[in-house]
Design a protein around this ligand. Structure first.
Ligand code: DAH
Length: 335
């Protein structure tokens, strides 16, 4: 029996560069039907002596081809993996495509600024809810539902079958939460209520069906119009970002305050001299306090309401307040 030359076999192995070629090589030489593996079967025809020597030679040949095969296989696998890794490389330092991020709209931006000012003055901030009942919106602040004052607030009622539903309405002012919140916190208390309010308006550049108001309620002993004016001045200075605010109080009728005022502020508003009519205010009416469980002989309070949407329109010189809500991205993105 003549054994094949291992050098020829190893030279052939060296030419294998792919896994397929390796597979073919394996079945030609090392597999069950492979020629090197097949040599073992021929041993059975030999004498016991020859079996021993030839057996060792065949084993040595088989081992050397098999070891070379294994390391060639490792080599090919490694080369394949290296190539894949270099092709699929992810460069984490490449800048990503920027995601379009939204931002708070102008009303929310100003609301947050105002909230910060009042948090600093230890006010509770409450948002109430958009749907209220007629007691909250009207009766609790001294406006019986049939009162002519309700006509100042063209109301959106809920269209419902039951008596309970018929009492529900979209709040027409943030004053609707005075009663509930005075009960919750007072007396004495300082509360700020920012919120959207709803009115059945004929829409135009300065009227929308919904707009933002902020309401403030302060209750303590010995409060006077002087306190009201002083606090108002400070507040407007904060909101308008100036220390030059001149207030003018004009008597006005609001059923929930006595006396009541409309307040104009003369101020340098972001660089321009302006007179703003943005606030309603007054000393809280004794019967409003009483309804909220506060003794008007012991405590007094003042309340004021600000049209936030108006203020935003003045601040940014908007020609139409509906720009704030109509979802036009060209407008929203410009701030
Ligand atoms: N609730 C009033 C409105 O919607 C605004 C207002 C006026 C609020 C006077 C007050 C106030 O607290 O004292 O027009």
């Amino acid at each position: 029996m003549i054994l094949p030359d291992p050098q020829t076999i190893l030279a052939e192995l060296a030419t294998c560069t792919t896994e397929d070629q390796l597979k073919d090589f394996f079945s030609t030489y090392l597999g069950k039907k492979g020629s090197v593996n097949g040599l073992f079967k021929q041993l059975k025809d030999l004498s016991p002596e020859e079996k021993k020597t030839k057996g060792q030679e065949i084993k040595a040949l088989f081992d050397s081809v098999n070891n070379a095969f294994m390391s060639q296989q490792d080599e090919i696998k490694r080369a394949y993996r290296d190539q894949k890794l270099s092709e699929e490389i992810v460069d984490i330092s490449t800048p990503s495509n920027p995601l379009p991020l939204g931002h708070a709209n102008l009303q929310n931006q100003l609301r947050r600024t105002v909230e910060q000012i009042f948090q600093g003055m230890w006010f509770h901030i409450e948002y109430g809810h958009d749907l209220v009942d007629t007691f909250e919106n009207f009766s609790s602040v001294n406006i019986p539902p049939t009162h002519p004052a309700t006509e100042m607030h063209d109301t959106l009622y809920v269209n419902g079958e039951s008596k309970e539903w018929q009492k529900l309405m979209m709040r027409t002012h943030t004053s609707a939460h005075q009663n509930e919140l005075i009960r919750k916190y007072g007396p004495a208390c300082k509360i700020m209520i920012p919120g959207k309010v709803y009115r059945n308006e004929n829409l135009d550049a300065s009227h929308d069906v919904a707009f933002w108001q902020v309401e403030w309620v302060v209750i303590d002993k010995w409060l006077s119009i002087g306190h009201l004016k002083g606090m108002m001045e400070q507040i407007l200075q904060g909101i308008l970002e100036t220390d030059q605010v001149e207030l003018r109080l004009r008597p006005a009728y609001f059923p929930f305050v006595e006396p009541g005022f409309e307040i104009d502020a003369k101020a340098q508003v972001w660089g321009k001299d302006k007179r703003l009519e943005i606030l309603g205010a007054g000393m809280i009416h004794p019967s409003v306090l009483e309804q909220a469980g506060v003794d008007p002989n012991e405590y007094s309070g003042f309340a004021f309401g600000l049209g936030m949407t108006r203020l935003v329109a003045i601040r940014y010189g908007l020609s139409d307040i509906r720009l704030l809500t109509n979802g036009d991205l060209r407008f929203a993105k410009s701030f």
